[in-house]
Design a protein around this ligand. Structure first.
Ligand code: FES
Length: 416
């Protein structure tokens, strides 16, 4: 693949995708936002998190759904089943639990203390005798379709989804299946509300063309080199509604002599990549999975697995991290990224992780500062289309899928 990068030929992965300009209206049009909400987010299986967040029966976690201004409660039931409920009381609709996680045997609505079990059953109504004809059996928390795959928890807001999770994942399940996720119980979380369409933000994390220009001081030399000065991708794979890209890494990258603190922190770390916190148990099996560095390149930095519509699972030399992009309006979104690192067992590891947190924070802020500027340019209406290069294939494919879903009468037809 590097040979084709050097010769400026079209990388093989562009085959099958057209090269036409693509419309910018989906990045600013309020009507398109409403269509995305109704036809995509209200119909697709939505990845919400990991089962490690619900380690044992009785555990729950409340997950915000920013696109809908609501939340769901995920629970680990007695029999081991992971279930989901609308976070809404059967009395007068109040949210029952605040956002957060824990383990408790009862969920008590704060408004008038109606009480539910983690399985959703209504078991307590203060002054029940004053509710004529109340049937508690039918007044439990309202369930949401929920399923898991390889430790990932998904919900579907359709009352009866017309396609199951396995069929929705399609070739992505085969691509990622069996991958172990080191340190999946210990995320570091960053969140932001952004003045940008959610796709403006997501697009910035599935291409590396911008890296030499937006991140010259932080990771410019990590993702580009004289052999690949514009950070072209190593690979792109369309996986049904989903996609994967593999990103180039400069194999000769070394921390500069001025990076004295970082050189001290990373001394002895095999990757020297500054996008990895440290080694952790289970990393060998993770790195040997065929979906991680799928081209087997010596010049590899990381992979992005885009689970349609709004989640990126990133795989790098130090493990994995995930991004959530939630549309709020045509020009605003909620963004969350979780980095998973093993609990430090030595002072050196802790030091490495602190350096890592500082570094990724800096890189993300560089990206986020850029997205608002991009959105303002899009809002101007001066441009009607985007010109995309082959290494921006992830953007092209994602937008094509969104347009297909918006037009399709059902999820099944969107996936056909
Ligand atoms: Fe929940 Fe009244 S709204 S108890």
């Amino acid at each position: 693949m590097l040979q084709s990068l050097r010769e400026s030929g079209r990388p093989d992965f562009a085959a099958g995708l057209d090269h036409c300009p693509v419309p910018l209206a989906p990045y600013r049009d309020p009507a398109f936002f409403e269509q995305e909400k109704a036809q995509v987010f209200a119909r697709a299986w939505l990845l919400l998190g990991r089962i490690e967040e619900l380690p044992e029966p009785g555990c729950y976690v409340v997950k915000a759904l920013p696109t809908f201004g609501s939340s769901v409660i995920l629970t680990h039931g007695k029999g081991g089943a992971i279930r989901a409920f609308h976070n809404s009381c059967s009395h007068r609709g109040s949210e029952v639990l605040p956002e957060g996680a824990g383990k408790q045997s009862r969920f008590v609505c704060p408004y008038h203390n109606w009480t539910y079990t983690p399985d959703g059953a209504l078991i307590g109504v203060p002054d029940e005798a004053d509710f004529a004809g109340l049937d508690k059996q039918t007044c439990g928390l309202k369930p949401v379709a929920c399923d898991t795959w390889d430790g990932w928890v998904f919900i579907n807001l359709q009352r009866e989804p017309d396609v199951g999770l396995a069929e929705f994942l399609g070739p992505m399940a085969e691509h990622l299946g069996g991958l172990s996720y080191p340190s999946a119980a210990t995320p570091l979380v960053f969140r932001a509300t952004l003045d940008a369409n959610w796709k403006v933000v997501a697009d910035a994390f599935i291409e590396t063309y911008h890296i030499p220009f937006i991140h010259p001081r932080t990771i410019g030399d990590t993702f580009a080199s004289s052999a690949n000065p514009f950070a072209r991708l190593l690979d792109f794979t369309a996986l049904g509604a989903h996609r994967a890209v593999s990103m180039y890494g400069n194999p000769d990258f070394q921390l500069g002599p001025d990076n004295k603190v970082e050189r001290t922190a990373y001394a002895g770390v095999a990757t020297d990549s500054v996008i990895a916190a440290a080694a952790s148990e289970g990393l060998t099996a993770f790195l040997e999975h065929p979906a991680v560095n799928p081209t087997g390149s010596h010049s590899w930095s990381m992979d992005v697995k885009n689970v349609f519509p709004h989640v990126h699972i990133d795989c790098g030399p130090g493990g994995f991290w995930i991004h959530h992009f939630w549309p709020m309006s045509a020009t605003t979104c909620e963004y969350e990224v979780k980095f998973y690192v093993a609990p430090a067992t030595t002072v050196r590891e802790r030091f490495q992780q602190e350096m890592y947190v500082g570094r990724v924070h800096e890189i993300i802020l560089e990206d986020l500062a850029n997205v608002a500027r991009t959105q303002r340019g899009i809002n101007s209406g001066g441009q009607q289309v985007m010109q995309l290069k082959d290494s921006e294939a992830g953007i092209r494919h994602h937008l094509a899928q969104l347009l297909k879903w918006v037009d399709a009468p059902s999820m099944r037809e969107a996936l056909s």
